[in-house]
Design a protein around this ligand. Structure first.
Ligand code: FES
Length: 84
């Protein structure tokens, strides 16, 4: 059985224990939207320090690099649009 997270309604498969950042990058998704300041968001440090990967996960702001995938997790960019 395949497990998926959902990035803007797109189903993304993941491996057990994988971070959201890793699963999105494997799927070719590198632009994660924009911060309220207008700065483009993307994975940079990968360890929860830079805040560059902030996204919405089931309605909560979180770092994609720290969030572990679970089946059905719904993800959105902070600004609702990752086409930056
Ligand atoms: S990539 Fe830096 S906090 Fe996630």
């Amino acid at each position: 059985m395949n497990h998926h997270i959902h990035w803007q309604a797109r189903a993304i498969p993941f491996q057990t224990g994988e971070s959201v950042a890793s699963a999105l990058q494997r799927a070719g998704i590198h632009q994660l939207g924009r911060a309220p300041t207008g700065q483009a968001l993307a994975v940079f440090c990968g360890i929860g320090q830079c805040q560059g990967c902030l996204i919405m996960a089931d309605g909560q702001v979180t770092e994609a690099c720290l969030q572990i995938c679970r089946d059905g997790l719904t993800l959105q960019p902070l600004d609702g649009d990752a086409d930056v």
